[in-house]
Write a protein that binds this ligand. Sequence first.
Ligand SMILES: [Zn+2]
Length: 429
Amino acid sequence: MAVFDHIPMGEEGLKEIYQWLDDWVEKNKNVARQEVIGKSPEHWDIPAVFITNENVPNDDKQIAVITLGRHGQEVGTRVVGPEIIRHLCSGDAEEIRKTQIVIVVPVVNPEGFVLNKFQSSMTSLTKTERFVLGKLLMEFPPDMMIDFHSLGKSAGSKYDQGDMEVIIPANTTRWAMDEQIHEYVAREMRKSAESAGWPYEIHTLEDLAPYYFGDTKMGNMPWSSLKEKVFLLHMQDFYDHYHIPEEDRYTNYTCGPAYLKWHTLVFGMETNHYALSRAGDIALSGLVPCASLLKMGSTRLPWEKDKGYPVNILQGDFRISVRPLGQNASERRASRIRIWNERKNFNLPQREMIDHETTIARVRYFGRDLPMEFALCLRMRQKDIKSVTTRGNEVQFETFKDPCSTYVYIPTIMEKAGVIEIIIKHPYP
Ligand SMILES: [Zn+2]
């Protein structure tokens, strides 16, 4: 049984949801707290619910942010937020609460909700979003952020008329395998949704243009995949940092700028309030892929050293990469954000197997944020790593495994800009 068996509408509906939040948080105050993170232009509260296990230090936790309802007429999202909050407070989410702070903003756009109108912007974050979400996210820079929308019979989609639910790993890039990583996670989400009976699609960046903007009558939209990708990347504003109160470019999802700013794992979601005629079905179909994503944030993915969202390959690929340093989630997040913002000052790391017992790895950093501290991480066929040296000195390293290989994780400091060369010795297997 879902939390809501109907879709709350109008001012009464908004009050109904806010009342539910108050009551729910009061009943679950051992794991949940509520905060008004800002006001809408018409002075409605914009509440956020924080769910975590307060007995575990926050420094050891991932930060996950879930936003819903930025487009006022996308009524399906209204019942998904409470459903996610209910799940997060349940016994099923114990591990998530231990390892993550999850922040849910159930109604980003209260005016749109009350008026049942879009009341937003297709081409930028709204001023309210910049200030309200901006303030929240500066304090809690997310490791993962997902933004829920909902499609109706025709609103929101030009090509699909009424029957699509979709996971959109869209506001990412191909930098450092990010597109593959987002796709990997999206497929896991789809698999969970499908096994619960909800047929979801995955649509990537190139698909978004025809789905959202490809109105054949307008005749002025790009159509080839490559053109669409280029078009959308241009429309996403690299300088949209949530806090600049000016109008600018394309942002359909609240999470897009978080990828550019903090290397956050970002997803857009579209549930469907037309094809699913029962409110409870919309709520559950929205919950399942989200619950699967949250669960992944408490596990270690094969190429990651630690548990958490897969956001730590900052330059390079799975075979050789630049990664953050840190003893806990909070230190690694700070290191990740620092390196990510310097990513263009690293060259593509190189590796060379000079004989069957020796691999040389090199990376050049030519930025000014010195001393630059990072880890170089190599995926090795060889199971045993004998030694790691640089300029004749032994270097401490760690290893971790995936099902078929060993990763060598080598912490490094560069005091000045230049090239660092690392020699890895491994017996022939
Ligand atoms: Zn929308």
